[in-house]
Design a protein. Sequence first.
Lengths: 425, 258
Amino acid sequence: MTKLTRRSFGLLAGAGAATLAMPFYARAAGKPRAVVIGGGAGGATAARYLAKDGGDDLDVTLIEANSTYTTCFFSNLYIGGYRSYESITHSYDKLASNYGITVVNGMAAMVDRDAKEVIMADGSKVPYDRLVVAPGIDLIYDSVQGYSEEAAQIMPHSWKAGPQTQLLKSKLDALENGQNIVMVAPPNPYRCPPGPYERVSMFAHVLNEKGFTDSKIFVIDPKPKFSKQALFQEGWNKHYAGMIEWYGPDVHGGIVGVDPSTGEVETDLDTFQGDLVNVIPAQKAGMIAQKAGLTNDSGFCPIDPKSMRSQNDENIFVIGDACIAGDMPKSGFSANSQAKVAAMAIRGDLTGSRVFPAKYSNTCWSLIETNDGVKVGAQYAPTEEKIASTSKFISQTGEDTALRQQTYEESVGWYNGITADIFGA
Amino acid sequence: MRLGAWTETVSRKVAAIRFSELQIRTQYLLHVLTVTAAVGLTGSAASASDADRGALVYKKCRACHELGAGAKNGVGPHLDGLFGRTAGTLEGFKYSSALKKKGEEGLVWDETSLDAYLEKPRGFVPGTRMSFLGLKKAEDRADLITYLKQSTEAAPSDEANAPETDARPEIGAAAMALEGDIAYGEYLATECVTCHQTSGRADGIPSIVGWPKDAFIRALFEYKVNLRTNQVMQNMTVNMGNEEIAALAAYYGSLEPQ
């Protein structure tokens, strides 16, 4: 191995650890401790990079309530019938066995920032020197009148992958010709900007495959425009002509509310009825971030663009959907990118390792129909004010089918790469 | 189909893309002149034209493979002596473990095995590092195999691997002259690894593990100056300088494929 770390240099020089000056926190009783709350694309990546690059110099703990992780990214492909549920679900076993991470399967209930401890739901405590908070999002159910956590069993949001996704899939598969789908799309900011429209495409694909020419999909959107709109609309006209109707606020005049007992979505313009209603409400940072005092009025967490360090606590880093990341969208790719910057900053804090200037990137791939994939992406760098885009790209309308197929195949390669990067190989 | 406000730039952009694609293809083919001997096409008239067609198909391969007298390993192994060779056994080349294993299990390259491999490399050898989707048409594969049979008899170079600097017109020469900082490369690669896996697996995105440094640097510069078209790669490289590209080449080159 050619990698030269401070530890290996010290060993080469015949010096013991004590001779390496450590001008930062050094625990008398053991190694410095890095703790991560949340085992998703952000948190699991942070834990892996801390353990992989910190090696024997760091003690790394990952706290996650679920025993496996189903990726939100590619969950639309499961809905569309392109992937199995198992193929998008991952275990934490390799993180534990191959990287020496202590995986705690439980819910973090609170953070005592003065004592620097995470307090678990069962009362036990996990002390930290540096903490990564990566809880993803929580849904603001009552942002849509008539919607609630209970209503989500009838009108799924499926905006957290797992049982909700399976529920949505089973309702989709149970539809008959002539039955309609209504989606209430979310307002900004929300995780996965093109996600709802990729999902609409997947609904249409399934209905189309079954020859359900009498079924329609209504999209009621609080936003006047959406990510990759030209590309989706081109694709919908090409592949699913007449099946999808998208209503922006100018047309529907405002969303009044939903009624789970009747499947109705009422707007100022009209009332839409669906046998499958997918309501994606407004979102905020996962609850633990709010409880720990890391959020601002927006409901998300302000961070230092150069390191992902919380603006409210220098020992805490917030990454992924829960943070305010400037120009970066809330995506799995972004969370994975931010996790690496945070891990590098934490190792610098705790072990004196080299810290390079932060760079971030993101690419979002969306599937419109079989072998018709599109993408959008950018590179980012920190400014004083925020994480700012430095260059970007987007697929073009009118691209040939070979390029669209290549774009889809790229996304498959990416999925294998990023899940290996998050959960270990 | 007309989509009003969203398509006013479509026809302009499509025209621009098509013209630049033509430019790029021409420039790229000129740019990747390989060091190959003149190929002697022997045999009957029928097989000569098959081999001619095969030579055209072979252009897709030239970016990574050399053949003819003096051929050396590069991104891919050289192809001299291919027929009858056990897969994964050419001296001095970093094969994926998947291909080496196939060789140990008895895979020998001949017309039949090559036909299967070239149709879909990742289907025939899952885990191969060869980043090529495959040739769908049986006729293309047959012509290519005819061409390869006639062109791979020559003696390869005595040096197993391509030298650090070779005779091609040099793009990225300044970066090639640098000693890449592997630690910096490892840091920069955190942006790359979600697509270009450090294991070397190619699942829809090319494998870049263990490439010779110059080929790696050349590829990144080709994306940077828009000789090769891929929006993600152009975006990745637009802000990279010589230091960054040299560092990445050093890091990825130091990895062993799995």
